[in-house]
Design a protein around this ligand. Structure first.
Ligand code: LMR
Length: 327
């Protein structure tokens, strides 16, 4: 008869390779603050799926959506402390770490999405991906969400209509200036506190993309939207430099290929996703979407223009010129 001890040893020996194999799998934790059904949320899931297909047994990605693990007030610290490996914050939230990134927050800088995409693939745009290296972070890719719109409890047709309103903004000085030049004020708040702040009256206006408005149902607190397309909400896919560089070379190369593929898909689909969510907001009948005449839009552009001068020194005239050239 087989001794029970021998049986246990055989079992342990048989499972040992499995335990070892599991321990060797690299886990990359990807945290973000939006819903899964948004351009960034979908990008994160596609990344997870492609890694599972192409790096099975070597790398796995854990996606932590909706700010449930870390919200945007603490996700950067979590990255630097090694509690997460990948983030995709809005570029606005990285401007305090790299002043040159303030370029992307300048209102009405790029005439359309194509101009912005073009700039991001040019040498000056690519260079900005590396502008966070001094704080130990590497930018791997730009992921678009979409163009930003304004919303408020009152109709905003002319720049003067914004006077006296209190806008919720992302953590960015440029965005603060953008509303101050209109005679409004701005409060920097994490994304997941926005709905509550609009509901309890801490703020009464904001700016965001259609997908972010819809996925948080911010439209339930904002009667009026103005389709200004005055700026873009784009993300930087970022990793901690030391984590990235210590990954095996072959793994890193495959991850880079996967990131290129995901970036392509996010770019391809984000605009359609935003238009889908615009239509959903319109269909509720609870909000009104105002479109601007070219003359009205020109007046918003003119009113916000002083923001450029304010930040030109920090951004650099050459970079600003390169961005304008993309138009
Ligand atoms: C916001 O705070 O409004 C956005 O940056 C949220 C996001 O990640 O899209």
């Amino acid at each position: 008869m087989k001794s029970p001890t021998l049986g246990l040893c055989t079992l342990l020996l048989a499972t040992l390779p499995l335990i070892n194999a599991k321990a060797d799998v690299i886990t990359l934790r990807f945290s973000h603050v939006v819903a899964p059904d948004t351009p960034k949320g979908k990008g994160a899931l596609l990344f997870q799926q492609l890694v599972a297909q192409r790096l099975a047994g070597q790398v796995q990605v854990e996606v932590l959506p909706n700010g449930t693990a870390f919200d945007d007030a603490n996700e950067l610290q979590a990255l630097q402390d090694g509690k997460v490996d990948i983030l995709a914050p809005a570029i606005s939230k990285l401007t305090a770490l790299s002043p040159k990134l303030k370029l992307f927050d300048l209102p009405f800088l790029f005439e359309n999405r194509a101009a912005l995409d073009h700039f991001q693939t040019r040498p000056s745009g690519k260079q900005l991906l590396l502008s966070l290296e001094k704080v130990g972070i590497i930018g791997l890719a730009y992921w678009p969400n979409g163009l930003k719109q304004l919303s408020a409890r009152k109709a905003l047709r002319e720049p003067g209509d914004a006077k006296g309103l209190v806008f919720r903004i992302q953590n960015s000085d440029v965005l603060q200036t953008q509303f101050e030049v209109l005679g409004a004020s701005a409060v920097k708040l994490p994304f997941n506190q926005t709905l509550q702040a609009l509901a309890n009256g801490t703020v009464n206006a904001t700016e965001n993309t259609w997908s972010n408005y819809w996925s948080q149902r911010l439209d339930q607190q904002q009667r009026y939207f103005t389709e200004t397309n005055h700026g873009a909400l784009d993300y930087l896919l970022i990793v901690r430099a030391d984590r990235w560089r210590t990954l095996p070379f072959a793994v890193r190369s495959t991850l880079e290929e996967i990131i290129d593929q995901v970036t392509f898909e996010v770019k391809k689909q984000s605009e359609a996703e935003n238009q889908r969510d615009r239509a959903r907001i319109a269909a509720t009948g609870g909000s009104e979407i105002l479109t601007l005449t070219p003359e009205q839009r020109a007046r918003w552009r003119e009113a916000m223009r002083p923001v450029w001068q304010r930040y030109e020194g920090e951004i650099g005239a050459a970079l600003l010129k390169a961005a304008e050239t993309s138009n």
